[in-house]
Design a protein around this ligand. Sequence first.
Ligand code: SF4
Length: 383
Amino acid sequence: MRISYTQVSTYQRCPQQYKLQFVDRIRVPAGPEMHFGAALHEALSFMHDPRRLRPPSLEEVAEAFIRSWQAREREVKEETTRQSLFEQGVDIMRRYYERHGRPEEGRHTAATELSFTVPFDGQHSLTGRIDRVDALPGNELEIIDYKTGRRMRPRNEWEKDAQLAIYRMAADHLYAGTKVTTALVFVTFDHEMRFALPAEALAGKREEIRDVLVGVQVGDFNPRVGPHCDWCGHQAFCPLFRAPVVPAGLEVDIAALLREYAEADAAVKQQEGRLTELKQQLHEYLDLTQAERVQGGAFVAERRTYQRVAGFDEARLRELLAPLNLWEQVKEVSPSALSKLLRSGGLSREQRRAVEAAISYTDTRVLRVKPTRGSEEMEEQAE
Ligand code: SF4
């Protein structure tokens, strides 16, 4: 089976989206950001084309972007979005050119838009395309991938991404024996991240890719709901999101049902908020009046304060309890085990004091409001 980085990452994000896109081959129109990214990629590829004998001028690079954008802009329906993306693109390319227009000393581009196919586990292959490969001094190479999105994911998220691992496998295959790093260039942010993936991380990624291959082969395409659903282009075809098929005879006023649910939900939230305020006011009243019980009308409020173990000095406890053969009783060293030990009566007064000194406590205040008569009772708990 052949699988690309895009397919691996799509499956990992949502197997159902993988199915809709790559098995059912449902085509959905690309959004403005996709066209924008493609135009930037083309302009960057033009700028770094290794077949060029001299570096291009800023005007030539800007023209390359404009050409690519004009070939796509009719796909962007909204005039303001179209104009805004065009202006942003020209500005991004100008800033990029100012930083990278002159090749760095000792660095030159070896390839752009490099397609690869890497054997994987004998019967599979991983495919993809590398935006750019630069040769560095000392027989080193750098794989460069342009990111043109509006969001810059943090470094630790990228380290978990299968893309870096697949690039590393591609580099090991294409340039065996050469030291290769990977750089992600966030074009819109004018920022770069460099990665040298260790061999241990690569083993874990291989396992993840195997999981994806098995999932695809056995047809495990369960939808995985998450924030990514908001920008899933296949949402209209997803079983979790597509319009329901209402069976004949089913008469439910769904609009009324939803409205009532939303109103009830809002009312409960409002009540919860009010309850928190009332609870706070009661605590304040009891604090100010230095009382733990107050009666008003048909109700009475009572407050109890309980001390609970919040933390402990484990080394000190071991030192105190091990000689008494009591350490075993608290070997799990949990607040409940310590409370049990203190209640057990197995410690002398001095030992108890020493143990208590190694423990920190927190107060938990419990407030009860109940009718003075009858059995109805409301209980509230507060720290
Ligand atoms: S809408 Fe969400 S759950 Fe459905 S296919 Fe898209 S990403 Fe998957």
